[in-house]
Ligand binder design. Structure first.
Ligand SMILES: C[S@@+](CC[C@H](N)C(=O)[O-])C[C@H]1O[C@@H](n2cnc3c(N)ncnc32)[C@H](O)[C@@H]1O
Length: 500
């Protein structure tokens, strides 16, 4: 283990002051209940030619009253939560007409105005990020009271370990005095809070940070602003221009809706945790050796349907490009293929920026190191639901194609190297989560210890948790191998920890 990593872990270990945090967020039978007869998009598709088919101790050095404490966590009951990595298998749903929501009216008007269907990608983008009624736009959708759970909600150790990774990279970069720390899609801001708290003793790192949050949702920007204890400071006498400071670390912080808006010219560390899976995917289907792009249309009696379109959209270029990177067997074995042009473009931008400014990116998400077939899924209140059911009220996400990210980054610039993917469990394990959990277990109540163990196994486990002796249907399901980590770095920095 490198000196830097050992020092960081040692310091984290010394900072054990027991505080209540999230009670165990337990995955339970809901994940399995969601698995029913296959009736995803395929059951709604038809082709035009033929029908086809924590009570965790907090390592913070902040004064006790300033530490993060989730009010939800204090509820004495077991909370139920679901991560988003399972394949969607919703129950059969009848698309009976009911009063259309604003978003459905909007989708129908686009289809009507265009005189034809819209692509699945356009549907996904509207459903998630439509500026008036997109799923993410107006509310906090995370945690036990929301629709799904992510790793930072499971345990503070996740953000702390990402902080260890960022500090190690910063050290490999030569400890620059000024660095952009960019988070793409920060959700509630929990990961960033844990990263900053965990690294706050490293004053040179802390002083170097200029934090940039890339978030499209005004409601979540506000949640992040509050979580990071932000304050606006006037930068000149007439207070017409303001700079925002996060009181968690004393760093400057700014919000943007795209990566392009983040100022360039400084070495940059980019974190994208569960961001890529929210980017819109195009779906293609091969029927009787004819390639169709899957689209959404309105069918009588005025319901949204999936339809296969035999015409070739401009997105076919992305499909062609993606398939060139795959083996012949990989392509011919698939009846459906998902391609994410926005992910390809984003990766291009990340690679160019890291090549010119220095630094690196960390991408953690669920997916696989190869072509993705048919993974689009919808989750509402911790249950899988039909993709077309009440659009805008459920999250849509798709599995991430890590091989495509690697090829895009390598194609974009000779100045970067790509590492991984490795499993989340390898990533967190190599960064020292075992030492961290042991240190925290030294100084906590029995209830906190149980929460720590549950959170730990949820993050690194691969199925049943050995510590767990509750009912089987409440056994925590691990995210350790279903989530993968990949890093894109400037070649000058060498191989990033822990991808060596
Ligand atoms: C699944 S959440 C991940 C949240 C967080 N990273 C976590 O792990 O808890 C996706 C996040 O990306 C944001 N988002 C989704 N699409 C976006 C886009 N096109 N541009 C900017 N932010 C987006 C959402 O508002 C949300 O904050």
């Amino acid at each position: 283990m490198s000196m830097m990593r050992a020092m960081i872990l040692n310091l984290l270990g010394c900072l054990s002051r027991a505080l209540s945090r999230a009670l165990p967020l337990l995955s339970n039978g809901l994940l399995r209940e969601g698995i029913g007869p296959r009736c995803g998009p395929a059951s709604f598709r038809f082709s035009l030619t033929s029908s086809s088919s924590s009570g965790t101790p907090d390592p913070s050095i902040l004064p006790e009253e300033e530490s993060r404490e989730d009010p939800e966590s204090r509820k004495p009951a077991i909370s139920i939560s679901i991560d988003r990595s399972g394949l969607h298998n919703p129950p059969e749903h009848l698309h009976e007409p009911h009063t259309d929501s604003e978003l459905v009216k909007h989708l129908k008007s686009i289809i009507k105005f265009r005189g034809g269907p819209i692509s699945v990608a356009e549907y996904m983008e509207e459903v998630l990020t439509n500026p008036h009624s997109g799923f993410y736009i107006n509310r906090d959708v995370f945690g036990a009271g929301g629709d799904f759970i992510t790793s930072p909600d499971v345990s503070q150790m996740f953000g702390e370990m990402v902080g260890v990774w960022a500090m190690c990279l910063w050290e490999q970069m030569g400890q620059p005095g000024n660095v952009n720390l960019v988070e793409l899609g920060p959700g509630r801001g929990t990961l960033m809070v844990d990263l900053l708290r965990g690294s706050s003793k490293f004053s040179n790192f802390k002083k170097a940070l200029n934090i940039h949050m890339v978030e499209c949702s005004p409601a979540l920007q506000k949640v992040q602003y509050d979580a990071l204890k932000c304050m606006d400071e006037a930068t000149n006498d007439d207070s017409s221009s303001k700079k925002t400071i996060s009181m968690v670390s004393g760093s400057s912080i700014a919000w943007h809706s795209t990566l392009e808006q983040v100022p360039s010219g400084l070495p940059t560390i980019i974190i994208a945790h569960e961001f890529y899976d929210a980017l819109p995917v195009h779906q293609f289907q091969v029927c009787q050796k004819i390639l169709y792009s899957v689209s959404n249309d309105v069918a009588p009696p005025s319901c949204l349907w999936f339809i296969n379109m035999p015409y070739f959209t401009s997105y076919l270029l992305y499909l062609t490009k993606r398939c060139k990177w795959a083996s012949r067997e990989e392509v011919t074995n698939l009846e459906h293929i998902e391609v994410c042009p926005k992910a390809m473009e984003l990766t291009h931008q990340i690679a160019e920026r890291i090549s010119s400014d220095g630094g690196g990116a960390l991408i953690i998400d669920y997916g696989k190191d190869g072509l993705i077939s048919d993974s689009l899924q919808a989750i509402r209140q911790h249950k899988f639901v039909d993709i077309l059911d009440d659009p805008g009220s459920a999250d849509l996400s798709a599995h991430v194609d890590f091989a495509s990210i690697r090829h895009c980054a390598e194609e974009a610039s000779d100045g970067v190297s790509v590492h991984g993917p490795i499993t989340q469990s390898q990533f967190l394990g190599s960064l020292g989560i075992n030492f961290r959990v042991e240190a925290l277990l030294q100084n906590c109540t029995e209830e906190q210890a149980e929460s720590l163990r549950t959170g730990y196994w949820r993050l690194v486990g691969d199925g049943e948790a050995p510590f767990w002796d509750g009912p089987n249907d409440l056994t925590p399901i691990g995210m350790g191998t279903r989530y993968l980590a990949m890093s894109i770095v400037n070649k000058k920095q060498g191989i990033p920890i822990p991808f060596e």
